[in-house]
Ligand binder design. Structure first.
Ligand code: HEM
Ligand SMILES: *[C@@H]1O[C@H](CO)[C@@H](O)[C@H](O)[C@H]1NC(C)=O
Length: 214
């Protein structure tokens, strides 16, 4: 008995998954927007996390749109999601707060310098679920072109709508100084990777929810 308890305790300390899931995400139903999201909590400093959520249509057509949510404490100057788990050759959706306005900007780069504005993926901010308040800023956006994109040459990467996908984020404590989607972005202080389970992110009423929250 003692031995079993000890093992369970050790497993908990090591953060071992007890449910047998390979991904790093949990399922969340967002009461505000009505979307079911798969959620990852990305620690960016000790004791503080940025929440990244993904919702996909179910069943998902080819080249499906997705909805993502970023919930960031005010301390986050900007944060970005790299849909191909790399700084280079994939769409980067970057968010920040400019005064009381939440901003989202799509960028892309082939080199590890400031990514430029990219129109190969488009985002639509949803009114519901997007805000800036005294403690956080939050973005809810639909993206067309985040789930399927070219990487290098003619290689296309398709994120699996019913499986796990490797994603990455970057964080900077430095806030861009305007609400322009082309605002200057300073280099990150932290970046990291995770496996995001899209199989728990399915929404049968995806299109209606987008419309309702727009
Ligand atoms: C001014 C803006 C930026 C600069 C100058 C910059 C620069 C760099 C550099 C030099 C590295 C290599 C670090 C190392 O090897 O230790 C790196 C890695 C990385 N950056 Fe950026 N970065 C910028 C913006 C971004 C943005 C907006 C994202 C969005 C998510 C991002 C995501 C990443 C990731 C995931 C890595 C890990 C290596 C990789 O996947 O390529 N970066 N960055
Ligand atoms: C501020 O926004 C965050 C993130 O959306 C939310 O969790 C929190 O409840 C909000 N605080 C107030 C006072 O409304």
């Amino acid at each position: 008995m003692r031995w079993n308890l000890g093992l369970a305790y050790l497993a908990a300390l090591l953060g071992c998954a007890s449910e047998g899931s390979a991904a790093d995400t949990t399922i969340v139903r967002d009461g505000e927007t009505g979307f079911t999201f798969s959620e990852y909590q990305a620690a960016f400093v000790i004791g503080q996390a940025i929440t990244f959520r993904v919702a996909v249509p179910s069943p998902a057509p080819d080249k499906y749109d997705l909805v993502f949510q970023i919930i960031a404490p005010t301390a986050v100057g900007w944060t970005g999601l790299a849909w191909g788990a790399s700084m280079v050759n994939d769409p980067l959706t970057i968010g920040w707060a400019s005064g009381s306005t939440a901003v989202v900007s799509v960028r892309r780069t082939t080199v590890r310098t400031q990514p430029q504005v990219y129109d190969g993926a488009t985002v639509q901010l949803l009114r519901t679920g997007t805000r800036v308040n005294g403690t956080h800023w939050q973005i809810t956006a639909k993206c067309s072109g985040c789930s399927s994109f070219t990487t290098t040459g003619s290689t296309t990467k398709n994120l699996n709508p019913t499986g796990s996908n490797r994603l990455a984020f970057a964080y900077s404590k430095t806030r861009p100084n305007s609400a322009s989607t082309a605002a200057m972005i300073s280099v990150h202080d932290v970046y990291s990777y995770w496996d995001h389970d899209f199989s728990t992110a399915g929404n049968i009423d995806f299109a209606q929810l987008v419309q309702k929250n727009a």
